[in-house]
Design a protein around this ligand. Structure first.
Ligand code: HEM
Length: 521
């Protein structure tokens, strides 16, 4: 048969239209096919909804939920994703179908470029026998009674930031950006817990290196702005990103090797102190191999590194606002009610008796929603959602930001209000989705809660946290601005300052001196 130029053009045109229609309606070209019966956000051929997400993906998903309902599907290049946006839908999918959502998807930038040497963190590992072992080891090391045994570490690290802040509070302007102090609080807690080692000074070069690298890796880990994860063709062009990922990987390899080698040496010289990696190395029957140990170490360094300080930072930022003064005074009054003899400083290490401060911790984690899209999941078996079958192998995004601000669950959700957790009529069950939910929920939630509670009790007992002199230095608390451009998986408030006024200098000095004597530092 001979084709005339006209037939060729017509054939080309017809095939292009057929391809686009197939692609559009049947998800031709996506890893998971179109899910019949589940609302789908209308998008473009091939790229789907990828370039409609704007700067803030969680906000855009939230907006789409108003049109398409709480659960819908989107197409992001070659990937199809189901997004859940309400508290009830997350509860149904993540808790009622917990075992079906037990895996994690893999992404090119993070899994292929950044993680090729140290392996994946637990939170980014697809479900497997090895992942099960690593998760078990982390869960065992981080369960409540174990966490109690780590409180001497939290005591030391919170003493150190309180000592520095006490100096600031006696300076002429009493103002401070608290973020470096909170970063070192969390990082040193994790390092001691895992390797039995800590870094001495807040301006330590190695600490700066870890902070720089981990923050950069946080961006590569993001499921949001790494478009090459969704459009393989871009991998050919995004050379700068590839180079950056490679360089961060090598820089991270260096300090992780340094900490592990130091620990091995300390064990050999018999001067090690008990820690998670040491327990594995010294156990002749340990079922964890070298690669799994590296992955656990990586998790311990990175999991709490940005999440704990970001929450604390955002909480202190709220307390420094006008509305925060009332919350702070209520917290202080409740601390004094439970501990009239001024021993809250020590007692917060062994018990959590000030309900209002516990409520403040919960409200902080809900409101900060530091992982607004949680960590992605992948289904391992089909799920029935009101008659619609979500097949095995589907990527699931929990829009934790949307669910944490769902007014069906949290009346007046945009108000920072710890009291909501003390209302006897509030719905029971999960407090918030800041730690995720279900089978792969945060393994470090107990430790994180204790770190936040201790920090709050000590800070609020010692200082009045006041707004900075300059209004422009106040934390931006409007979540529309905080989440405006979350390139990273973990969102940070913009840099801000607070003013610290000591409540009682003598008492603060006494707490610091007693702690220094007790810890022999
Ligand atoms: C306030 C601080 C923290 C927040 C807000 C937070 C939040 C989260 C979230 C949202 C997830 C994903 C959960 C899911 O998919 O349902 C997660 C996973 C995880 N977190 Fe945390 N986290 C915090 C602190 C920590 C700390 C201090 C550690 C350990 C030292 C830790 C260890 C882990 C681990 C091991 C996972 C992976 C669980 C898995 O995939 O099986 N986290 N975290």
């Amino acid at each position: 048969m001979i084709f005339t130029p006209f037939t060729v053009v017509v054939l080309f045109f017809v095939s292009a239209v057929t391809y686009v229609l197939l692609d559009h309606y049947f998800g031709f070209g996506t890893d998971t096919p179109f899910i019949s019966g589940l609302p789908a956000v209308s998008g473009y051929p091939l790229v789907g909804n990828l370039f409609q997400l704007g700067d803030s993906h969680p906000f855009t998903y939230m907006k789409w939920a108003k049109k398409y309902g709480p659960v819908y599907q989107v197409r992001l290049g070659t990937k199809r994703v189901v997004v859940a946006n309400s508290f009830a839908s997350v509860k149904h999918l993540w808790l009622d179908n917990s075992q079906s959502l037990i895996s994690r998807p893999m992404f090119y930038t993070f899994h292929k470029l950044v993680s090729s040497t140290q392996g994946f963190t637990i939170g980014t590992s697809p479900w497997s026998e090895s992942c099960k072992k690593k998760r078990r080891a982390a869960v065992d090391a981080l369960k409540k009674p174990k966490v109690q045994s780590y409180m001497p570490i939290v005591d030391l690290e919170s003493y150190i930031f309180m000592k520095k802040l006490s100096e600031v509070s006696r300076s002429s302007d009493q103002e401070v950006d608290v973020s470096p102090y909170f970063l070192s609080y969390s990082l040193n807690t994790s390092l001691t817990l895992n390797y039995g080692t800590r870094l001495d000074e807040i301006d330590n070069e190695l600490m700066k290196e870890i902070v720089d690298v981990e923050l950069a890796i946080g961006k590569f880990r993001s499921t949001m702005h790494n478009y090459q994860d969704y459009l393989p063709i871009l991998r050919m062009f995004s050379t700068d990103k590839n180079k950056d990922a490679d360089s961060m990987k090598s820089r991270r390899d260096k300090y992780l090797a340094f900490f592990l080698d130091k620990l091995k040496n300390d064990i050999k010289e018999k001067r090690d102190i008990p820690c998670i990696a040491g327990n594995v190395l010294k156990d002749p029957e340990a079922k964890i191999n070298e690669a799994e140990l590296k992955s656990i170490c990586l998790t311990m360094v990175s999991a709490g590194f940005d999440t704990v300080p970001t929450n604390l930072l955002s909480g202190v930022g709220h307390l420094s606002q006008d509305y925060g003064q009332k919350i702070q005074e209520k917290a202080f009054a409740e601390i004094m009610k439970v501990y009239p003899d001024n021993d809250a400083w020590d007692k917060c290490l062994v018990e959590q008796k000030v309900d209002y401060v516990s409520a403040l911790v919960k409200e902080t984690v809900r409101y900060a929603s530091v992982l607004p899209l949680c960590l992605p999941r992948k289904t391992v078996q089909p799920i029935n959602l009101d008659g619609v079958t979500i097949p095995a192998g589907t990527i699931m995004f929990m829009n934790a930001l949307a669910a944490n601000f769902d007014e069906e669950r949290y009346p007046d959700p945009f108000k920072f209000e710890p009291k909501r957790y003390l209302d006897p009529d509030r719905p029971r069950g999960v407090d918030h989705l800041g730690f995720g939910a279900g089978s792969r929920m945060c393994a470090g939630a107990n430790l994180a809660n204790r770190e936040l509670y201790t920090a709050y009790v000590r800070l609020i007992s010692a200082f009045k946290i006041l707004p900075p002199i300059n209004k422009s230095d106040l934390m931006v608390s409007d979540i529309n601005k905080v989440f405006a451009c979350p390139e990273s998986q973990v969102v940070f408030p913009e840099q801000f300052k607070v003013k610290l006024e000591p409540r009682d200098n003598e008492l603060l000095d006494r707490w610091l001196e007693d702690t220094s004597e007790r810890l022999q530092i």
